[in-house]
Ligand binder design. Structure first.
Ligand code: GTP
Ligand code: MG
Length: 254
């Protein structure tokens, strides 16, 4: 984390504008207070980009957008559906220093929020690697969008001390310790959220949703069992996290 954070400081220092990409399924809890403070301290401009609106609820995202706008410029987009590109370019031009020929923009935020996808969308080509695996981007990379704008892709960073859970794209499922426990808590949070597709996605009844062991119900529905017919909680948890990371789970969690 220390090394990554140093690199983040360097990225911010070498930029005119920072785009902070957050996940529209949890726009408030995927904001990084430390990143925002760092940008402010360095006297740079920050724009919050709420990405993945295609897998969240429009009205609830609209409310979160209003909330964020109280303190920061903010727009909502879908990199996957290619919605919002003109807004991003307008925002970059509005917040860049006037009459600057070469505007440098770093794209930052928590893992898996879609930073590399936003860059590919803006540059119109597959310039940055994208994967449903948090921690996919490992090194910084400058990518030219046009004669005026250059973007810096950065690895997803959760600053030390910030609240980490899997709604913040934390962890590769196969590497997470105690994955059953954290996923159990996570799936209950998502199932209780104002907007979610858990019921349809895992074919659950209302009774299933109310159960304490919802994860074992999901395991059984998916045929994930171990010897003796017991539900395979580990594989069920891995499936759920993968479904979150790939966007099969639609939700609004904040
Ligand atoms: N539904 C949906 N999925 C998206 C969108 N943008 C990105 N994704 C998906 O989110 C996952 C992560 O995307 P990346 O662009 O690799 O995210 P990142 O923030 O660069 O991730 P790291 O480099 O690991 O920090 C991929 O599976 C993308 O296809 C979007 O607008 N909508
Ligand atoms: Mg990336």
């Amino acid at each position: 984390m220390g090394v990554l954070w140093n690199r983040m400081m360097h990225a911010v220092k070498s930029s005119d504008v920072v785009l902070e990409v957050v996940d529209a399924r949890a726009p408030l809890s995927t904001r990084s207070e430390k990143l925002e403070k760092l940008v402010e301290k360095m006297g740079k401009e920050l724009v919050v980009i709420i990405n993945k609106i295609d897998i969240s609820d429009e009205k609830l995202v609209g409310e979160a957008h209003k909330e964020i706008m109280k303190t920061k410029p903010c727009i909502f987009i879908s990199a996957r559906q290619k919605q919002g590109i003109s807004h991003i370019k307008k925002m970059i031009n509005m917040h860049a220093p006037k009459n600057k020929g070469n505007i440098k923009v770093s794209v930052a935020g928590y893992p898996n929020t879609g930073k590399s996808s936003v860059i590919n969308y803006l540059s119109g080509r597959h310039a940055a690697g994208v994967a449903p695996v948090p921690g996919h981007t490992r090194g910084e990379q400058w990518i030219r969008v046009n004669s005026q704008i250059m973007l810096l892709d950065t690895p997803g960073v959760v600053p030390f001390g910030e609240n980490i859970d899997i709604t913040q794209g934390f962890g590769r499922p196969e590497k997470m310790k105690h994955i059953e426990d954290s996923t159990d808590e996570f799936i209950k949070t998502v199932a209780a959220a104002k907007y979610n597709n858990i019921k349809e996605l895992y074919k659950l009844t209302d009774e299933d949703l109310a159960r304490e062991d919802i994860i074992s119900v999901i395991a059984k529905k998916r045929g994930l069992v171990i010897k003796g017919g017991k539900p395979d909680l580990k594989r069920a948890a891995q499936t759920i996290i993968l479904d979150w990371n790939t966007g099969k789970i639609r939700a609004f969690v904040d």
